[in-house]
Design a protein. Structure first.
Length: 320
């Protein structure tokens, strides 16, 4: 029996979703950094407001400033597009079990903590739907179907929905993640093979779901959540958003990302008791390699790529 259910974004019509949503809250959270997405965020927010209206209760930026004390153009552009847009400045969000560490996953967790704290007295907030989106998607591929396609399954009873799409390169997905997820066969891990784009940053879920998974600080956030959803037996949807692209990483960035994904995969399997390291073996935080460059000169790479695995946020707010 398949672990996840496949959907097309077009399976979900806005008028049906509005009726299905009822009084539940639905928030869209864009991840932004500095002024990198300043030229993109305004059009995206304007488009969602124009096409989806009140279906989206509020749009937020999970924003990381380059200088914590200096407001940035990205924030201004977001609020010009939607004066009600919430700016969560992740530099300023204090979470009891977090320090000042940076990373996409850590800032997603900070944003979620902030939203949960805002609605601490609302017992129905655990059923609210959060749609996390990357802000750097090229405009020609972005549309309201990102939100309707991902929120539709969650409103229909799924815990978690993950985007799938075609992307021109997708090197880490093709050459690292998908082969890696077939290496170890375990009944609860077979679902990893069913994600059409396991590393996509476009996801949706209930607040309850996101509060019960482990967020990882940097490169491991998508892989860590995927594995948690498999092990917990969550009801998961894979949604085809069609075509997609955003900024491509250089080769060194691809290597670092690949290391982080592989390390997270094995760390999760160790933590879940699926595999065991013996005879002094440990999972390393250092990516080290010898190389010969384009000039024929020998050199080496050595990077500390340690990242934190955080406890589920429900541990801070209390389990029911």
């Amino acid at each position: 029996m398949p672990f996840l259910t496949q959907f097309e974004a077009a399976d979900f019509r806005l008028e049906d979703l509005i009726e299905l949503k009822g009084r539940r809250k639905l928030f869209v959270v864009f991840s932004t950094y500095g002024e990198r997405e300043a030229g993109l965020i305004s059009d995206k927010i304007s488009l969602l407001r124009r096409e989806l209206g009140a279906y989206v209760d509020r749009i937020f930026l999970s924003h990381r400033r380059v200088d914590a004390k200096s407001p940035e153009k990205t924030e201004d552009m977001a609020q010009k597009a939607d004066r009600d847009a919430g700016i969560i400045v992740c530099n300023d969000i204090e979470v009891p079990d977090m320090g000042a560490e940076q990373g996409k996953g850590s800032d997603m967790r900070r944003a979620l903590y902030h939203l949960m704290n805002m609605h601490r007295s609302d017992r129905d907030f655990r059923d609210a739907v959060i749609v996390f989106l990357d802000a750097d998607v090229v405009p020609e591929y972005f549309g309201p179907h990102f939100v309707t396609g991902l929120s539709g399954p969650v409103l229909s009873g799924f815990d978690f929905a993950k985007a799938g799409f075609w992307r021109e390169k997708g090197r880490v997905k093709k050459f690292v993640a998908q082969p890696l997820f077939s290496v170890i066969d375990h009944p609860k891990l077979r679902g990893l093979r069913e994600f059409s784009y396991p590393l996509s940053g476009e996801v949706a879920g209930t607040v309850d779901f996101f509060s019960r998974v482990h967020f990882w600080q940097i490169y491991g956030v998508e892989t860590g959540i995927n594995i948690d959803s498999c092990m917990a037996g969550n009801k998961v949807a894979d949604v085809n958003l069609g075509l997609y692209d955003h900024e491509h990483h250089g080769e060194l960035g691809i290597q670092k990302m690949s290391f982080g994904i592989i390390r997270t995969y094995f760390k999760q399997l160790v933590d879940y008791g699926i595999i065991e390291l013996r005879q002094g073996a440990v999972l390393s935080d250092r990516f080290a390699a010898a190389q010969i460059d384009e000039h024929g000169v020998r050199g080496s790479l050595d990077f500390d790529l340690s990242e934190k695995k955080y406890a589920p946020l429900v541990d801070l707010f209390g389990r029911e």
